[in-house]
Design a protein. Structure first.
Length: 604
């Protein structure tokens, strides 16, 4: 979707799909900051200035201006930046460095994705404490309520969100209107906070408060959480509706933060600034507002879960993550997917985080490290792309923003001992899985010693003429027909299983996110032909349907499986990953009654 081919419904829809996380930050961001420092007028003005300009520089300029204009065909995310950058690079070392950065970025995004639902839902549920009669509700009960909401949310994923997704946009639109409205109410009583729009107030706050002023950036970053999800989910609706929606969202967030700042100055004893501000200004609508805030945090969590599913799918198709069972929950929307293993692992991690940290205030101490790391990696990739494209002005702009990214990242390092290590520990799991899988696949490919096509063809021609052939067609899956996997010659030359028509199927992922092309490359020799399928790395394709379209009526489908024998602990983990993940033919859901897996024993 590009140019002006978007409509108001798409703008509203994007509020529900991509702005949930950043839109629910006002529930806890300022509260977290003023638990650390007193809300004196000087502190409030400095912090508000930092928040407004963080949203302006990191979200508006880095993401909606620079990053979103790099997305291929309206796609976003760390992997898209990696795939955009790799063709521009000359040396192998640069390619390895960029790939490693992208893997760290994906891992941090997943680490961040665990804390987002926990902090969002828990902080909204804690608003119950302001309802008259519920002030003494034990924290354990609030944790249980948050946990039940999380369990319901994750249990619903397998059914797909399509049926309720149409409500997400209107609910979030109502949420942003409420944020802006309550912010304005508080602003009227103290309009002087509008002076915080001056960036010099934020800069002087950091410079005048020494180390404390610098470290407070680790809490200021909370206002920009969700920027990476905003970019990763860009493919659902395209660039324009998201950018247009951001103008409205930005104004609503800015008004609310300014209003909260005004309220904090006049009510320095406030423990939960947003909810107390709403309660003080319009008590009659407090309970509806609380219900709306819980709905908004559920939608925010949904956006993060969808973002993680998208990133994992990109990882599978670009071959840096093992194959996982994927269910397509919508016949219309190819982006609506469900990954069973990821879903339940995320739920377990979210409940674990709620149990450990107990309150949203404790969670704010852990939150922000993965976000800042992810933003810095996005900044590095954007700067490198602009540099290699020779866009000097944008390169300088990206490099300037990258310095700001690094300032936030360094400031968040002090969170590591206070709980930041949890998001890093969670991020380490996908990082290790990816590294073991990528290196294991390379080692496995070497150990399997593929057969070059020019060696294979003379033997095939000889065998085809001499053996009793089976009538019909057989399909053989090979990643690259120029280097055939061992199982194909073994079937044909050792077991003498040769069909009248033998077709080698090669599925190739292209550098573009979308697009499906296919066809017979050529008949290599009588009885043997190559059928190539080119898929974009985001493309969800029905291989069975493509084979039918091509009028291939196969009798049998052969594919290779590996029985890995090893004493090395890392390769044992790799062997377990291979065993647990579905084969390529299972991944593409080919007809099970025709599939024959051929096992090759491999020592690693």
């Amino acid at each position: 979707m590009s140019g002006d081919s978007f409509a108001m419904p798409d703008i509203v829809k994007s509020m529900g799909l991509v702005f949930g996380d950043i839109g629910t930050s006002p529930i806890y961001a300022l509260t977290a900051i003023f638990l650390l420092i007193p809300p004196t007028p000087e502190n409030v003005m400095g912090i508000l200035s930092l928040i407004i300009w963080t949203l302006t520089i990191l979200v508006t300029v880095e993401y909606t201006y620079l990053a979103m204009h790099l997305g291929k065909k309206g796609e976003g995310g760390t992997i898209v930046l990696k795939e955009t950058l790799l063709p521009l690079l000359k040396s192998g070392n640069q390619v390895a460095f960029v790939t490693l950065l992208a893997i760290i970025g994906i891992s941090l995004f997943i680490g961040d994705g665990v804390i987002t639902p926990a902090i969002s839902i828990l902080s909204a549920v804690e608003g119950i404490l302001l309802i008259p009669g519920f002030e003494a509700t034990p924290q354990t009960w609030l944790m249980i309520i948050a946990g039940v909401i999380a369990i319901c949310l994750f249990s619903f994923q397998s059914r797909g969100t399509e049926r309720v997704a149409w409500t997400f946009g209107p609910v979030m639109l109502l949420w942003f209107i409420a944020l802006a409205g309550f912010g304005l109410m508080a602003l009227i009583s103290s309009p002087s906070v509008l002076l915080a729009l001056n960036p010099l107030l934020g800069i002087s706050y950091v410079l005048n408060h020494g180390l404390e002023g610098f470290l407070i950036l680790s809490s200021v970053i909370l206002c920009a959480t969700g920027s990476e999800a905003l970019f990763a989910d860009m493919g659902h609706l395209g660039r324009e509706p998201i950018i247009r929606a951001w103008y409205f969202v930005f104004i609503a967030l800015a008004l609310n933060y300014l209003g909260q700042g005004a309220f904090a100055m006049t009510h320095p004893e406030a423990k939960n600034i947003l909810f107390e501000m709403v309660f003080a200004n319009l008590q009659i609508v407090y309970i509806p507002f609380l219900i709306l805030s819980i709905a908004a945090t559920v939608i925010a969590s949904q956006a993060m879960i969808s973002g993680i599913f998208s990133i994992v799918y990109q990882g599978i198709t670009t071959r840096i993550m093992p194959l996982l069972r994927i269910e397509y929950t919508s016949p219309q929307l190819r982006s609506q997917i469900y990954i069973d293993v990821m879903n339940w692992m995320l739920l377990f991690a979210v409940l674990f985080v709620i149990l450990i940290f107990r309150s949203s205030n404790n969670l704010t101490l852990a939150y922000g490290l993965a976000v800042a790391g992810d933003m810095a990696i996005t900044g590095i990739l954007i700067t490198m792309i602009m540099f290699h494209r020779g866009e000097i002005i944008r390169t300088l702009l990206a490099a300037g923003i990258l310095m700001i990214n690094f300032a936030f990242l360094v400031a968040t390092f002090h969170k590591i001992p206070y709980g930041g290590y949890i998001s890093l520990l969670i991020a380490v799991i996908p990082f290790c899985v990816i590294m073991i899988y990528v290196n294991g696949q390379k080692r496995l490919a070497d150990a399997l010693s593929p057969v070059p096509l020019d060696e294979f063809l003379p033997k095939f021609t000889q065998t085809y003429k001499t053996v009793n052939r089976i009538s019909g067609s057989a399909l053989f899956f090979a990643r690259d027909f120029r280097k055939l996997p061992q199982y194909i010659p073994r079937i044909m030359f050792t077991n003498n299983i040769v069909y009248d028509d033998n077709i080698i199927i090669s599925i190739i992922r292209t550098e573009q996110p979308f697009g499906v092309t296919w066809g017979f490359t050529r008949e290599l020799t009588p009885g043997l032909s190559i059928f190539e399928i080119y898929l974009g790395y985001m493309e969800i394709a029905d291989i069975g349907h493509i084979l039918k379209e091509a009028e291939i009526d196969e009798k049998t489908i052969f594919y290779g499986m590996e029985d890995i024998v090893t004493v090395h602990v890392v390769w044992r983990i790799f062997a377990i990953l291979k065993k647990l993940s579905p084969s390529m033919v299972q991944f593409y859901k080919l007809p099970s009654d025709r599939i024959h897996g051929v096992v090759t024993r491999v020592e690693m």
